[in-house]
Design a protein around this ligand. Structure first.
Ligand SMILES: *[C@@H]1O[C@H](CO)[C@@H](O)[C@H](O)[C@H]1NC(C)=O
Ligand SMILES: *[C@@H]1O[C@H](CO)[C@@H](O)[C@H](O)[C@H]1NC(C)=O
Ligand SMILES: *[C@@H]1O[C@H](CO)[C@@H](O)[C@H](O)[C@H]1NC(C)=O
Length: 150
């Protein structure tokens, strides 16, 4: 019984953390300069792909959802490569800029997104980040506690 109690926080929480954020970057290892240097590659690749799509289809998400997913994935991968969390406000700002570039003329009923106002956007970005930090803190706290029990 007792063994199981101890086993759970030590192994389950880091596992959960890994599931939550895949290749979790090291805390404090984020180089924002490098991130901002790398993200335009994703934007350029997305722009290249979008130019193979007829301009009048640019508001039809289904026509290029694959490209969009690949773009999102690219920002996530590049952000993690330089040790930053994804999403983060800087990366989100970059993605919003891409949205403006391609979807500024799309109305809400044509495309199913429009940049939400900041009051909506900021919690959307901040909450997952806080959650990740809280989870990491919990793991440290739990392992310290487990250490005291031993
Ligand atoms: C961040 O990246 C830039 C550009 O690659 C580099 O010049 C700088 O030294 C890096 N900063 C840190 C703290 O690694
Ligand atoms: C995201 O991109 C990476 C690197 O290009 C790739 O290995 C991975 O399979 C991609 N993930 C998705 C969900 O497309
Ligand atoms: C949006 O419309 C303006 C004016 O018609 C045009 O100049 C611009 O190129 C359009 N932008 C996009 C992304 O379609």
């Amino acid at each position: 019984m007792e063994t199981r109690e101890r086993w759970r926080p030590r192994f389950l929480l880091p596992l959960l953390l890994q599931l939550l954020c895949g290749g979790c970057p090291r805390v404090g290892g984020c180089n924002e300069t490098r991130m901002l240097e790398k993200l335009p590659q994703c934007g350029q690749a997305f722009a290249d792909m979008m130019h193979t799509v007829d301009v009048w289809k640019w508001c039809h998400l289904s026509e290029f959802i694959v490209y969009y997913q690949s773009f999102t994935n690219c920002t996530e991968v590049e952000t993690n490569v330089v040790g930053c969390y994804w999403p983060n406000p800087l990366a989100q700002g970059f993605i919003t800029g891409i949205h403006r570039q391609f979807f500024s003329n799309c109305t809400v009923d044509k495309a199913h997104w429009e940049d939400p106002p900041d009051e909506v956007l900021i919690p959307l970005i901040v909450v997952p980040v806080l959650l990740t930090v809280a989870m990491a803190g919990l793991v440290v706290w739990r392992s310290k506690r487990a250490g005291q029990l031993l």
